[in-house]
Write a protein that binds this ligand. Structure first.
Ligand SMILES: *Cc1c(COP(=O)(O)O)cnc(C)c1O
Length: 399
């Protein structure tokens, strides 16, 4: 079957809640993706950083297969022999004392919001139902009704009301606004250390450090959403490390399972996590042995293949090379590690389509930004190949 036929069937029977590039992927390995017509592409999106380890990593495949043949789901009604190892290993890797595993990113964000509200009530002493959570303009934390309740993107909210109350918005990167927004009912500040969906927006230096101080002063939880920025993407295990801060809670997902299986988690302190008692919160699939076995191996691959270090080493070099591409349409190159936003003065979609034609897969975000986020296992050679393709496309479309 040809590309056009697959698209026709999907368009006929599927909901149209995405506007994908017209490539139908059949298989993938490492940084390379192949479509149903046999054409090969370098993946420069990595499923929004969910495949930092590279597509179909052999070690993850092996872990998945072995666990799938043993036991895949017990529910949390019973214990399983993978969850304890996962809990200890992710706590040791990240330095947080406790973890609560979920499946999708949005569920882990919801978990963090529930933890913060309950901590506010039970520990901080905020009157019941009065807790406030501060978030940032242009945030992206997922798609549930509660989460889009504090989105500032009208499209994400349009038609989905009524919304969940209890959220306040400040401009991203504005510590003065955070100081002004905090009051005695504030329970948490939820923030992406670098905003991904909004176009790889790096806040002013010192923002997160000041946010940390303000949160500590006012007994407010600092919660970092590192679902996209975490697990090596920016050249640190967590992007908050760039500001030498330690949040009270961190949310992870995406690369936590290297693209094989949805696994997410909320990590925090004993104090925060102790608000959850049996029956308060949960998930049928959260903490299942298949997901836990895959996540354990995904973390080991991240560490043993030095993917965080690779991102730190190759990122600045790649960004420098990108900045050297002279084009009247490029306004700015920004990012951290192998996570780069190319800001254009015009719509980015035609560039992404042309890059696809050249064998480079990436996706526009917010109309005018091209996001580059290859799997972290990428070689300098493949980055060079990608750079040549980018330069060619800009020369062609600008000219
Ligand atoms: C992708 C993402 C989410 C949502 O994750 P899902 O698995 O799609 O629910 C939340 N926060 C950030 C920063 C993300 O990039």
């Amino acid at each position: 079957m040809k590309t056009g036929k697959y698209i026709e069937i999907e368009d006929q029977f599927g909901a149209h809640n995405y506007h994908p590039l017209d490539i139908v992927v059949r298989k993938a390995e490492g940084v390379w993706v192949e479509d149903v017509d046999g054409k090969r592409y370098i993946d420069f999106l990595a499923a929004y950083s969910a495949v930092n380890q590279g597509h179909c990593h052999p070690r993850l495949l092996k872990a998945l297969r072995a666990q799938a043949a043993r036991v895949t789901l017990t529910s949390r009604a019973f214990r399983n022999d993978q969850l304890p190892h996962f809990c200890r290993e992710i706590c040791e890797l990240t330095g947080f004392p406790r973890v609560l595993p979920m499946n999708s990113g949005a569920e882990a964000v919801e978990t963090a919001l529930k933890a913060a509200r309950k901590w506010g009530e039970k520990v901080k002493g905020v009157p019941a139902g009065q807790g406030e959570i501060i978030a940032c303009a242009d945030n992206f934390h997922g798609r549930t009704i509660t989460i889009v309740s504090f989105s500032t993107d009208e499209q994400y909210r349009d038609g989905f009301g009524p919304f969940t109350p209890g959220f306040k918005i400040i401009p991203y990167g504005d510590a003065d606004a955070l100081a002004a927004a905090i009051n005695e009912r504030t329970v948490a500040f939820l923030v992406e250390p670098i905003q991904g969906e909004s176009g790889i927006v790096v806040p002013p230096a010192g923002f997160l450090a000041r946010a940390r101080r303000l949160c500590s002063q006012h007994n407010v939880l600092l919660i970092c959403d590192e679902i996209q920025s975490g697990l090596g993407r920016t050249g640190k295990l967590f992007a908050y490390e760039w500001e030498n801060v330690r949040p009270d809670g961190v949310i992870v997902g995406k690369a936590l399972s290297g693209g094989f299986y949805p696994v997410s988690a909320f990590l925090s302190s004993d104090e925060v996590m102790s608000v959850f008692h049996p029956g308060d919160h949960g998930s049928t699939f959260g903490g299942n042995p298949l997901g836990m076995a895959v996540a354990r191996e995904a973390m080991r691959v991240l560490v043993e293949e030095k993917l965080v270090e690779r991102s730190a080493e190759l990122g600045p070099w790649f960004m420098e090379k990108l900045a050297a591409i002279k084009s009247p349409s490029i306004v700015k190159v920004r990012g951290k590690g192998l996570w780069v936003g190319l800001v254009l003065d015009r719509k980015a979609r035609p560039y992404c389509e042309a890059l696809m034609q050249e064998g480079l897969l990436c996706k526009e975000t917010h109309d005018t930004v091209i996001r580059f986020a290859p799997p972290l296992c990428i070689t300098r050679k493949d980055l060079n190949l990608a750079l040549r393709r980018v330069a060619k496309v800009f020369k062609k479309l600008d000219g």
